[in-house]
Ligand binder design. Structure first.
Ligand code: C5P
Length: 295
């Protein structure tokens, strides 16, 4: 049983006040892009996890592996024995701000549910996904969606056409929790308003207007990611210099996302970013794409 699952970029992250449970109230516009991990599930004597591909050596294989936790959670809730060998093939950068770990967890839920014949409804899968992490439900759903609450409360957004992206991959990752903590630190003397969706962004998506979308990209976590990884300022500047319609830190970073005018422009932009030596690699992808699917 093999499931293909996309990574995501956040077109907008509006970070509201810190809640009592340690999470932040968000308005989070998720956009699934054609950078995919694959998760295969096969019968085994217990939960085993193997990882290959992009950044595989940085993925934990122990109890912390989110795909393994997904399998154990599904087993626990359905009463099915927790026995599966998960094989994860990675293309989504690890700890890169593209929700790769969350994607693998979503894929593991779908793959185990099919392998074990536990046959959960979409709503039941969503609830388990939300327990695993804030970004896991969106990886099930894909497309473009607004996440509220801590990000798990999802409503699909109408987006016209296809957008062309270039992702500048950084060496090493950033911890999401550390970036949120830095964001709190940077804003400690400010009154933090409730998060709000950007009307300009929604209009750009509905119209399929890449230029307007590029101008509307916004990430409240970006100053924190830049504070923890100052080199990212150079990456963002390079993207701008090479004519990106917009550039942004993806999620909590350190991957930077650039919007291009066309597939051709994305190709040129990726080459220019690679040649400039500001990133480990520059990869192209399009969005929106569907969420986790059995292949
Ligand atoms: O839910 P998830 O495990 O993906 O979140 C990772 C970390 O990111 C949390 O422990 C928390 O520090 C931070 N976070 C947050 N507010 C959110 C989502 C995540 O502070 N809405």
């Amino acid at each position: 049983m093999t499931v293909r699952v996309p990574g995501k970029v956040n077109l907008q992250i509006s970070v509201g006040p810190l809640r009592a449970d340690g999470y932040h109230e968000l308005v989070n516009v998720f956009h699934a892009v054609s950078l995919y991990d694959e998760v295969s599930a096969a019968p085994s004597d217990r939960v085993r996890v193997r990882v290959s591909g992009e950044g595989a050596d940085q993925v934990p294989l122990d109890e912390d592996n989110l795909a393994g936790r997904a399998a154990r959670l599904l087993a626990d809730r359905t009463g099915h024995p927790a026995r599966v060998a998960l094989e994860i093939r990675k293309a989504i950068p690890v700890a890169g701000g593209m929700a790769g770990g969350s994607a693998d967890a979503a894929a593991a839920l779908v793959a185990c549910d099919a392998l074990w014949g536990t046959d959960l409804s979409a709503g039941e899968l969503h609830a388990l996904a939300a327990e695993l992490g804030s970004d896991v439900p969106f990886a099930l759903m894909g497309g473009t969606a607004v996440g509220r609450g801590r990000g798990e409360d999802l409503v699909p957004v109408t987006a016209r056409g296809t957008f062309h992206w270039v992702f500048a991959l950084a060496p090493g990752g950033l911890s999401t929790a550390a970036v949120y903590a830095e964001c709190d630190l940077l804003r400690r003397h400010e009154a933090v308003p409730e998060p709000a969706a950007s009307d300009a962004l929604m209009a750009a998506l509905a119209a399929g207007d890449a230029k307007a979308l590029g101008a509307a990209l916004a990430n409240d976590l970006q100053p924190a990611s830049l504070a923890l990884r100052p080199q990212l300022a150079k990456v963002l500047r390079a993207g701008e210099d090479f004519g990106a319609l917009g550039g942004i830190v993806s999620g909590s970073g350190p991957t930077c996302a650039f919007l291009a005018e066309s597939g051709r422009h994305a190709e040129e932009l990726a080459l220019a970013l690679s040649d400039a030596g500001v990133c480990r690699a520059a990869v192209r992808a399009t969005g929106p794409v569907p969420g986790a699917v059995i292949v």
